[in-house]
Structure formats: structure tokens, C-alpha cells
Design a protein around this ligand. Structure first.
Ligand SMILES: [Zn+2]
Length: 268
């Protein structure tokens, strides 16, 4: 069976529900954390916004409330999608990358952050934001908060700043695998749980055996699809991208061309 399809996503959601996990949006989880088994489904909509809508509909049909973080780039910022996802009852947040976009200029980045936050608040009363990794940029978007408080902007949390990853198990689908984190450059989280999964079925098995951690934060991007052609294309692209990213760490020339390619792709 193909993995990372809406079908396999559904098996993951059902396994969690049937094992007694309660789903919370990130803002709820920060402000009124539930007791017992709790899971936050966080979606970073880096691109393929329409795929996000399909995931949102599936969750809604199962009575699950998830959190969707949107970027300002055109691949993510699709107003019809953002509106429909908010209408389905999910949390909408801002996937910010202002420091990278403004090349490290803090003043400009903050002005752009405020403008973009106001924009996303026209869809949903945004209370949480989440940094985008901006892997080819030398600027770490989180540094925007070095001398600032989230509360001053009406925000309650930021997944990279407000979570104790020693107590919460963090799992991400980077590179079409649950253990693909080795390809990530910045959005890495150290976890002391000693658990590692490759396929979704392995995660489901662990949940069903009752050995899955109690507090979980799952990051799922928007590459999950039931379309065979899109699935094949995206797997091929991820394979290529992960290897390029990896090699770019070892070659300045390749890093240069990779950065140009990424900038061209994400051009606003
Ligand atoms: Zn991202």
C-alpha cells in the first residue's frame, strides 16, 4: 500500500482516536491543555494549499480540530483555501518567514510580520504563529522573538518556543518518512523519547500496542495525496530535493545553485 496518502492519514487519525487520544488545536493546547492522552495535529502549509483543504475536510469528518499555518507565498496563501479551512472549524495561524524575506533586517521584518499577521487575522482570529524553516536562508526566523514577547502581538504560542520537547513527543513527516528529519536544516527538535518510525503503519502499530507517548505534537505537511500521479511526482521531487539539500551542505557551488533554484520557485 502507498504511504502518505489521505487513506493512510485516515488510518493514523483513526488509530489515535480509537486509542483514546484527544485532539486539540495548538492554541487550545497552550491555553487549556487537556488531561491524559492528547495530540496536536499541526500542518505547515508550505505549498500545495489545496491538499491542505482535503486533509482539513477529512479531519472535520472525524470531528478533529487541527492547526494550519499558512505562508505568504502564493503556493500557500490561497484565500479560498484559508477561508474554507477556517470555516471547517480548524485553527489558522501564520507560518512566518519575515526575517528571511527581509534578509535579516529586524525593523523591516517586524513591520512585515505585523502586516501579514493582520492579513491572516482577516480569516481567523490568529493566536499562534509558527516559524518557517527557510532552509536556504542564513536567517533563523525565530530570532524575531529574541527581544520581543508573543503576548504583545496578541499571540499565545509558537510551537518552537512554547513547547517543552522533553515532555512532548514530536513527530514530523519531513521527506515522506517519519524519520526523515536528518534532511531538515533548521526545523529540528531534539527528543528524548528514543522512538523512531519510518512508515505510518509503524506509527499505527505503536499506537495500537499502547506504547505511543501520551503527549504528542505531529507535524504533517501537505504532500499527502490520493492522486497517483501527484504522489509519484512528489516522491520523486522529495527524493531529489533531500539529496540536493544534503549535498549542498558539502559543496559551495551546489549550495549556490540550489539556493537560486529555491528562490526562483518561491518567488512571490
Ligand atoms: Zn515551513
Amino acid at each position: 500500500m502507498r504511504d502518505f496518502t489521505l487513506k493512510s492519514y485516515k488510518t493514523l487519525l483513526l488509530a489515535l482516536q480509537q486509542s483514546g487520544y484527544r485532539f486539540q488545536s495548538f492554541e487550545e493546547w497552550i491555553t487549556v491543555p487537556a488531561q491524559g492522552k492528547t495530540v496536536v495535529m499541526r500542518h505547515d502549509v508550505d505549498e500545495l494549499a489545496w491538499n491542505a483543504l482535503k486533509m482539513a475536510e477529512l479531519e472535520n469528518a472525524l470531528d478533529i480540530r487541527a492547526t494550519y499555518y499558512f505562508r505568504v507565498v502564493k503556493q500557500s496563501n490561497v484565500p479560498e483555501v484559508i477561508k474554507q479551512i477556517a470555516d471547517l472549524g480548524h485553527e489558522v495561524g501564520y507560518h512566518y518567514e519575515d526575517l528571511a524575506l527581509e534578509k535579516g533586517d529586524e525593523e523591516k521584518a517586524m513591520a512585515s510580520f505585523e502586516k501579514n499577521l493582520a492579513y491572516f487575522r482577516s480569516f481567523y482570529p490568529v493566536r499562534s504563529v509558527c516559524m518557517h524553516g527557510s532552509s536556504t536562508s542564513k536567517y533563523d526566523n525565530r530570532l524575531l522573538w529574541k527581544n520581543r514577547q508573543l503576548q504583545d502581538y496578541g499571540l499565545v504560542g509558537e510551537p518552537y518556543l512554547s513547547v517543552d520537547f522533553g515532555k512532548v513527543f514530536y513527530m514530523t513527516d519531513t521527506g515522506y518518512a517519519w524519520d526523515g528529519g536528518k534532511y531538515a536544516t533548521r526545523d529540528i527538535v531534539e527528543s528524548g523519547f528514543g522512538l523512531s518510525f519510518h512508515t505510518t503503519q509503524q506509527v499505527v502499530d505503536c499506537i495500537e500496542q499502547g506504547t505511543f507517548p501520551t503527549k504528542v505534537l505531529i507535524l504533517a505537511h501537505t504532500l499527502w495525496t490520493d492522486s497517483f500521479f501527484q504522489w509519484v511526482w512528489l516522491h520523486f521531487r522529495e527524493f531529489l530535493r533531500n539529496h540536493l539539500k544534503y549535498w549542498a551542505k558539502h559543496s559551495k557551488v551546489l549550495a549556490f545553485f540550489y539556493e537560486k533554484l529555491v528562490l526562483w520557485y518561491w518567488k512571490r
